[in-house]
Design a protein around this ligand. Structure first.
Ligand code: ADP
Length: 451
């Protein structure tokens, strides 16, 4: 079984490589393949959290980081798919798993119906010829002792592509494709600017005409002035070579500019995916909307994407149900009460903080001390209400009664009971069930209970 896979993998990749490196047959290769070329199925990559010295002494069990936690999607030939989300949501882990640098914990990914990780185990070199990775920091992948010519020629040598003359021809072709000149081939990377080095990194990745090109934050290590040039270059290359590309970025304007499809990730899971037009013009998931609203408008001083909220839950202990429920502005209230949305969000935040012990009697008492407030019941109650923007009078009187009971428990020092009073009654479906995919339109799906 394994041998068959190995043989068919090698043969398929070899055939496609040979044809794709031959300009005459390039169009033919591209037209014979229909449907997705990359299929990612319930892919998970969990890290075992290395414990610190204190944990080791206490011999506590290491935690699990749910970096990528059940991601499925497909990529068709010629697609440029953008993977976007805040820092720490698992974008790089996903990319590194897809290019075979990391093994998945479970699930799989196939390229041309061949399991990527079996392929890597059996013949990493052949795999590398089909799948190329462009790193965020170009300098890290360029040997300072090699000339630019040697750097771009190296992948051709490793893969025994053609004669030396043929290789030199491909190198000269490729250097001009990335906007550098043949004169620069005998220089060293230390003599180039950051943007020029990234161009060399891209040249090394495309010289083999890979079937799949993966770029991880291709512009974020560069000066703002150079970023636009590299983006334009990537767009040109994409159009000229009709590459299939995955682009990882926390910057949604980069994704919007370069990609025809977008996958929005939140805490290791896909929140929404669809065509760029759908995602940007008709976002469905509340997280995508929040992400898009956080992008500064034209004319604002900081033209860079801003992190939505530094208070993101940790993938070490991700929330149950919909992972976004701890921040979602439209989190679903329980059926039994009539809440206005902002009332409910405030009560829900209060409940979640009681549950995680971010809110305790001790913390409120120490807040009162810091602010020099006398710790009587009225003051303590007001402090908690202020902290969570809890209204004094709720629109639903039954809810009002339960909340007041909980608040009273809290300020009387009964933190556990304050939580127990509301734990069951103030429950959202969003914290109970993981949302499954629902179609917004063709080619557009979101993972949200509201759909
Ligand atoms: P992103 O690219 O979206 O910023 P990453 O894939 O780099 O996210 O990281 C996802 C999560 O996995 C983060 O919480 C990060 O700290 C954690 N992580 C990444 N690499 C490791 C590792 N080798 N060991 C443990 N945790 C890791």
């Amino acid at each position: 079984m394994t041998d068959n896979i190995s043989q068919s993998t090698d043969q398929t990749s070899l055939d496609t490589q040979q044809q794709s490196l031959s300009p005459e047959s390039k169009g033919e290769v591209r037209s014979v393949t229909h449907g997705p070329i990359l299929e990612v199925n319930d892919l998970k990559k969990h890290y075992i959290d290395s414990t610190g010295i204190v944990d080791r002494i206490r011999s506590s069990t290491p935690g699990r980081v749910h970096a990528v936690d059940g991601v499925s999607f497909t990529v068709s030939r010629g697609d440029t798919v953008g993977i976007v989300g805040e820092s720490g949501c698992g974008k790089s882990t996903l990319a590194e798993t897809l290019v075979g640098l990391k093994k998945p914990t479970s699930g799989n990914a196939t390229l041309f119906e061949n399991d990527i990780h079996e392929w890597v185990d059996q013949n990493r070199k052949r795999f590398a010829r089909n799948v190329q990775f462009v790193f965020q920091d170009p300098s890290s992948s360029l040997d300072p002792k090699m000339t630019i010519r040697e750097l771009i020629r190296e992948p051709l040598e490793v893969h025994n592509v053609g004669t030396r003359d043929h290789q030199n021809g491909l190198v000269e072709d490729t250097i001009t494709k990335v906007g550098l000149s043949v004169d620069q081939l005998d220089r060293y990377s230390s003599e180039l600017s950051g943007g020029q080095r990234q161009r060399v990194g891209i040249a090394r990745a495309i010289v083999l005409e890979p079937q799949l090109l993966v770029l991880d934050e291709p512009t974020s290590a560069l000066d703002v002035s150079v970023q636009a040039q590299i983006l334009n270059l990537l767009k040109e290359i994409q159009e000229d070579l009709d590459l299939t590309t995955l682009i990882i970025s926390h910057d949604i304007s980069v994704i919007r500019y370069l990609c025809n499809k977008v996958l929005v990730m939140y805490l290791g899971k896909v929140a929404e995916m669809g065509t760029t037009e759908n995602i940007f013009n008709n976002p469905s998931h509340p997280y995508t909307k929040t992400l898009l609203e956080s992008v500064p408008k034209v004319g604002e001083t900081d033209a860079k994407y801003d992190e939505v909220n530094p208070n993101i839950p940790s993938p070490r202990n991700p929330p149950d149900g919909c992972r976004f429920h701890t921040r979602c502005p439209v989190v679903i209230p329980p059926d039994d009460f009539e809440f206005e949305q902002n009332e409910w969000r405030a009560i829900f935040d209060y409940k979640l903080d009681l549950r995680s012990s971010k809110l305790t009697y001790k913390k409120i008492a120490s807040m009162a001390d810091q602010q020099g407030i006398e710790k009587n019941k009225a003051n303590m109650m007001e402090l908690v209400r202020d902290q969570y923007a809890l209204k004094e009078t709720l629109s639903d009187s039954a809810a009002q009664k339960i909340l007041t009971e909980s608040l009273t428990d809290l300020i009387e020092g009964e933190t556990d009971s304050a939580y127990q009073t509301i734990a069951e009654v103030f429950q959202s479906p969003c914290e109970q069930k993981t949302p499954s995919s629902s179609a917004v339109t063709d080619d557009h799906e979101a993972f949200c209970h509201l759909n």
